[in-house]
Write a protein that binds this ligand. Structure first.
Ligand code: PRP
Ligand code: MN
Ligand code: MG
Length: 181
């Protein structure tokens, strides 16, 4: 494996499975946005991997921009109050925006972000998330493109971090309990 292997319990989604799924999603996106402009908005930092790989699977010409957001308050659960650490460069009014995320956990970050971007007068706002966790299914959030629906475990890799580590794993895995207990 590699020197992070001993920190992991299991591999949930392999590098090959990610690549295959991204190609399927890209084909859907190509078809859905045919004849329309497309602006991908990646949410730093977790979305870096999926943004880079999804964009390269698309045949459709697209632009890419980035936002960095942060939930207010410490603790393990998201408060739902989000502040913008770095905003978009591009004016999205009249644009077809596709938000690209690594994971939907509580769904609070995305539901806030969708509302924020909708208020800027875009032609459309949709969401593509590599992983949707089980608990997120409760949240009122229309996610157009989902890579994988996964159980509510502590997952890392492919952009997802634990204390900023493991983002560079090319697959998605579960962290061994001894790493966070
Ligand atoms: C993580 C993840 C999503 C968000 C999902 O980002 O990348 O953006 O949390 O959580 P939610 O659905 O409960 O709101 P994080 O704030 O950890 O920043 P990061 O992307 O830099 O890791
Ligand atoms: Mn994130
Ligand atoms: Mg994080």
């Amino acid at each position: 494996l590699n020197d992070m292997g001993q920190d992991l319990k299991s591999v949930l989604v392999t590098e090959e499975e990610i690549k295959t799924r991204l190609a399927e999603l890209a084909a859907e996106i190509d078809a859905d946005y045919a004849g329309r402009d497309l602006l991908l908005v990646g949410v730093l930092k977790g979305a870096v991997m999926v943004m880079a790989d999804l964009a390269r699977e698309l045949h459709h010409s697209c632009e890419m921009d980035w936002m960095a957001v942060s939930s207010y308050g410490a603790g393990t659960t998201s408060s739902g109050v989000v502040r913008i650490l770095m905003d978009l460069d591009i004016d999205i009014s009249g644009r077809n925006v596709l938000i690209v995320e690594d994971v939907i956990d509580s769904g609070l970050t995305l539901s806030w972000l969708v509302g924020n971007l909708r208020s800027r007068g875009p032609a459309s706002v949709e969401v593509c998330a590599m992983v949707r966790k089980e608990l997120a299914l409760d949240v009122e959030l229309d996610v157009r493109y989902v890579g994988f629906d996964l159980p509510n475990e502590f997952i890392v890799g492919y952009g997802l971090d634990y204390a900023e580590k493991y983002r560079n794993l090319p697959f998605i895995g579960t962290l061994a309990p001894h790493m966070y207990s």
